[in-house]
Design a binder for this molecule. Structure first.
Ligand SMILES: Cc1cc2nc3c(=O)[nH]c(=O)nc-3n(C[C@H](O)[C@H](O)[C@H](O)COP(=O)(O)OP(=O)(O)OC[C@H]3O[C@@H](n4cnc5c(N)ncnc54)[C@H](O)[C@@H]3O)c2cc1C
Length: 510
């Protein structure tokens, strides 16, 4: 992907079939579906691909065990089918992992056992493997750091895990390979005029500091929690409520397992996951309504207290705030048809709404269902039109980097079939012992993955900031220097990148 080339394409193209605003899971899914139908597609993203909620998820590709409790069987079933499709089309990015619910009473053994058998049953031919009841010894053997006083056993089930920001980059590449055009750091400013056949919008290139007029047949709003103030025309029943979810990252020694723990009931009735991720332990999440929609949230102390207090009941090694290596808060976009429910009661299903100005708003949803949302959005847009556009191909489309049997212990597995090309971009020797970061990844991110800023590289092309924020601050000057050399930028640029990155990174540090 080359941003300069894409700016030229933007200037040359008189009219697009579709412009998608927002480069998170939702926007990427809609753009991918449209481009496989043969449409001329432009996707614009104000910051960087997946900078919003889509890089701050729990990183699960799942049906959602907990939605069974809310009787959302339809959502669970379609998410389980999507889980299967995503793993089939991107086996280098999605893997199946074991989850174990530890149980401390026979009653819970029965209840969770039946619930998880049902989850497995719903997944049918899309199953990742059956649910098993584990005795006390087997549970302890799988989860060596689990508190075992009063432990009766565990219920083991399978679900999917992925790296959200890397998945987004693979999607962006796939869109481009299929003929689409993408621009990060390009902001939608305003809707100029619109009629039945044409929409005129203005956008702003934040890198070159230039305004552009863009003309398109269709327009999709996929701006997640920012949808409400996006256009005047969204009616109240489709307003988004934002739900804040925090995660913390601890050293691997707190879990020491390839299996994840699912805590089915915290002290306020929610679920909590303790998951192995990038050789660390990822724990989350919370679910609290938020009126603050800042894309870079400050992690609230109450969220940290909630996570630490609950996880302490399950782990032998008691985590303290000082153990937190990284922490981050994302905002779930939830469609609020009922103003009184708490956000944890609101459905994770998605909603499509075409406002009077012709804009299609794709609202809510989950990472797991991004493909289906894109497919349904395009169907909705085209259903009453006479067009030559083909039907969607995404159900069987292999994503960029597709590679079967990836070694998930290899820190470079996320590059899939492109992994071997990395050595052409520089040294593959990591200059940190805390995570894998090397010259080749930085140069590749700039030349091939449209990384424009220090943050793009350290937060999303690599996941350094999410793995160990203090270490990331230490290596940031070296990374900025390599970037400046590749991009032919001066010392002022390097200093500016660090000035922008340091305050952001400090939000990930306790
Ligand atoms: C804590 C948490 C955990 C989660 N865990 C999971 C999980 O494990 N599995 C799962 O399936 N789902 C999970 N989800 C849900 C999932 O992450 C979200 O549903 C999904 O990422 C939302 O994607 P989106 O594209 O709608 O929003 P976003 O990712 O926020 O994308 C919207 C984009 O629009 C851009 N934008 C805004 N304004 C403009 C503008 N004017 N011009 C151009 N661009 C603009 C923003 O910069 C942003 O990048 C989780 C969510 C949260 C909060």
């Amino acid at each position: 992907m080359n941003r300069n080339k894409n700016i030229r394409l933007l200037e040359e193209q008189e009219k697009w079939d579709l412009v998608v605003i927002g480069g998170g899971a939702t926007g990427l899914g809609a753009a991918l579906d449209a481009v496989t139908r043969g449409m001329k597609v432009l996707l614009i993203e104000k910051h960087d691909f997946s900078k919003g909620t889509s890089s701050k998820s729990t990183k699960l590709i799942h049906g959602g065990v907990r939605y069974l409790k809310n009787l959302e069987f339809r959502l669970v079933k379609k998410a389980l089918k999507e889980r299967y499709i995503l793993k089939k089309n991107a086996p280098h990015l999605v893997r199946s992992i074991n989850f174990i619910i530890p149980v401390y009473s026979w009653f819970h053994f029965l209840i969770y056992g039946i619930g998880l058998k049902f989850y497995d049953l719903i997944s049918g031919k899309w199953s990742f493997g059956g649910t098993r009841l584990l005795g006390r010894e087997k549970t302890i053997a799988h989860l060596k750091t689990l508190k075992n006083t009063g432990l009766k056993g565990g219920v083991q089930y399978k679900d999917g895990q992925f790296d959200d920001a890397r998945f987004a980059i693979s999607l962006a590449h796939t869109i481009e390979k299929e003929g689409g055009t993408l621009l990060n750091h390009f902001e939608f400013l305003s809707l100029k005029k619109t009629n039945k056949k044409t929409t005129h919008i203005t956008g702003y290139d934040r890198i070159r500091e230039e305004e552009h007029l863009v003309i398109s047949r269709y327009l999709i709003n996929a701006t997640g929690v920012f949808s409400n103030n996006f256009m005047i025309s969204i009616s109240d029943q489709f307003k988004i409520r934002a739900s804040r979810g925090t995660h913390i990252v601890l050293d691997r020694s707190f879990l020491k397992s390839e299996s994840a723990i699912m805590i089915p009931k915290t002290n306020d009735g929610r679920v909590l996951f303790v998951i192995p991720w990038h050789q660390q332990t990822l724990i989350g999440t919370t679910d609290e309504e938020s009126v603050n929609l800042n894309i870079d949230q400050i992690v609230p102390q109450e969220d940290l207290n909630f996570i630490l207090n609950n996880v302490k009941n399950y782990l032998t090694k008691q985590p303290q705030k000082a153990d937190i290596k990284s922490m981050f808060t994302g905002l779930r976009p939830l469609v609020s048809k009922n103003k009184t429910s708490s956000t944890s009661q609101l459905s994770r299903d998605h909603t499509l709404h075409r406002s009077q100005d012709g804009v299609l708003h794709v609202l809510g949803g989950k990472w797991t269902t991004y493909r289906l949302m894109g497919q349904e959005a395009m169907y909705y847009l085209l259903k009453d039109e006479k067009t030559n556009f083909r039907s969607s191909k995404t159900e069987t489309l292999k994503l960029f980097g597709f590679k079967e049997h990836a070694d998930f212990n290899d820190p470079l597995h996320v590059y899939g079939s492109e992994r071997e090309k990395l050595r052409n971009f520089g040294s593959l020797e990591s200059f940190s012992e805390k995570f894998f970061i090397c010259e080749a990844l930085i140069v590749y991110a700039i030349n091939i993955e449209m990384a424009m800023t220090l943050e793009d590289i350290l937060a999303r092309r690599t996941r350094c900031l999410f793995i160990d924020a203090t270490e990331t601050l230490k290596i940031a000057p070296e990374v900025a220097q390599i970037m400046a050399t590749v991009l032919k930028m001066d010392d002022k640029w390097t200093a500016n990148q660090l000035d922008l990155f340091i305050p952001l990174a400090s939000k990930y540090i306790i």
